[in-house]
Design a binder for this molecule. Structure first.
Ligand code: ADP
Length: 159
């Protein structure tokens, strides 16, 4: 059983994330989209909301959602996952990701980090950029799933 963890904050999930999830689902027997709890001080969505939003758009039956805290590689071992998937957008992602991957390998040599690239249509999107553009009134249509766009509109109305 080749199991992979795809970790992140997913605040909120974007089509870039979904593209990586779809690619991972073809490569591995099981993919766990793992939401890191409590990292950002002021997330737009609560952990529960983010989990729900991911569940609503899961593209394949071999993908599930979970949350974790603490060290990613400890979580991966506990989940009996041999792989961690990370998405690479631009060269700028590479330096940080390389550092993380090598540190994770040092702590847990049996967990391999696999880098995937989203399709170029989504390669420039980040959750942070989506939120910034949205809050300033720009259109994010097509860059996040429709259900996410709807929830973002509701969230802004409430605040
Ligand atoms: P983190 O806070 O760990 O970066 P994110 O939710 O922002 O969490 O992203 C999770 C993973 O998805 C990271 O590996 C990130 O590089 C990757 N990712 C995010 N957006 C994209 C995208 N548009 N294309 C490819 N990879 C992406």
């Amino acid at each position: 059983m080749r199991r992979a963890i795809y970790p992140g904050s997913f605040d909120p999930i974007t089509k870039g994330h979904l593209d990586i999830i779809e690619r991972s689902a073809m490569l591995f027997d099981e993919v766990v989209v793992a939401l890191l709890r409590n990292i950002e001080k002021q997330p737009m969505f609560t952990t529960d909301e983010r989990v729900e939003m991911i569940r609503e758009v899961l593209p394949a039956s071999n993908v599930r959602v979970d949350t974790f805290e603490g060290l990613l590689v400890h979580y991966a071992v506990a989940q009996q996952a041999q792989f961690v998937v990370r998405g690479i957008r631009a060269i700028s992602d590479y330096e940080y990701e390389l550092q993380m991957a090598l540190m994770n390998r040092r702590i847990e040599p049996n967990v391999e980090t696999v880098f995937l690239m989203a399709g170029e249509a989504y390669s420039y999107i980040s959750s942070r950029l989506i939120k910034e553009v949205f809050k300033l009134g720009g259109s994010i249509h097509g860059l996040v799933p429709e259900s996410v766009e709807r929830r973002m509109r509701e969230k802004v109305k409430l605040t």
